[in-house]
Design a protein around this ligand. Structure first.
Ligand SMILES: [Zn+2]
Length: 258
């Protein structure tokens, strides 16, 4: 299935009813349910924000992405980019398109329009304005679906994982790790104390909860580990320097069994 040049237009399906779409012009609608989509400013628009919480989350992200959003610079994007290169890859919640600049055939999906515009200005080719919980692609469109540091911010993470399982055979995720109780409680206090800017939704996952999501989506977890990037505790680190050595995320690779 791997290919160098990606024909994005051949992969689209209605985010609402999953009917295959054949965009021939810059805009159109789903023949089955009437969902309208369009391409403007080099970005495909397929955003279906059904629930109010996702809408308000998208709004907050949009204001966060007015400025360029600087992600970690520990080599993790290079590694994820190397997974993406040479495969048909979709990057769920791509933000400013860090993976896409390293692996140019990657399709970046994002619900913040400002983030997409930043990605576009950085030369990213394939950008889709859509909700991770309602992806506008046909089943098995991709070899790999990446979701780096975003699952903990979704309203309905199970639907997002189900969608990753539907559209791709391999899933690569980094997911904010929940500390065991009572440290989890301490974490909350410390992040507040440290005045760490929270995302609209911040729901770290226990290993068990994450494995549950993947299992329910029919996925088999093959690799499991931790991303060594420390949690951002802001100023709290000056009181408790040990905090800066706590790894922040689960790192999992799963496959859809045929
Ligand atoms: Zn439809």
């Amino acid at each position: 299935m791997s290919t160098k040049k990606l024909q994005l237009m051949h992969l689209f399906a209605c985010p609402q009813c999953k009917t295959r779409l054949f965009p021939i012009k810059m805009k159109g609608k789903c023949p089955r349910c009437g969902f309208r989509y369009r391409k403007s400013g080099g970005i495909w628009h397929f955003l279906k924000t059904g629930d109010v919480q996702t809408q308000s989350s998208a709004k907050r992200y949009n204001s966060m992405h007015k400025k360029n959003f600087i992600g970690p610079d520990d080599g993790s994007y290079e590694i994820l980019g190397s997974f993406a290169r040479g495969n048909r890859t979709v990057d769920i919640a791509c933000g400013d398109g860090r993976i896409e600049t390293l692996a140019p055939e990657t399709v970046g999906v994002e619900f913040s329009l400002n983030a997409l515009k930043n990605a576009k200005s950085r030369g990213v080719k394939h950008l889709v304005h859509a909700d991770a919980q309602a992806l506008p692609f046909t089943d098995n469109s991709f070899d790999v679906a990446i979701c780096a540091g975003s699952l903990e911010h979704f309203v309905d993470p199970q639907s997002a994982v189900n969608e990753m399982a539907r559209v791709a055979s391999i899933q690569i995720l980094t997911v904010h790790k929940k500390l065991p109780f009572p440290l989890s409680l301490g974490e909350r206090v410390l992040t507040n104390l440290g005045r760490v800017t929270h995302q609209p939704i911040e729901r770290p996952f226990s290993r068990r909860a994450l494995m549950g999501l993947l299992r329910k989506a029919g996925l088999h977890t093959v690799f499991e580990g931790v991303w060594t990037l420390p949690v951002n505790y802001g100023k709290a680190v000056s009181y408790l320097p040990q905090l800066s050595s706590l790894p922040s995320c689960h790192f999992v690779v799963s496959i859809k069994r045929k």
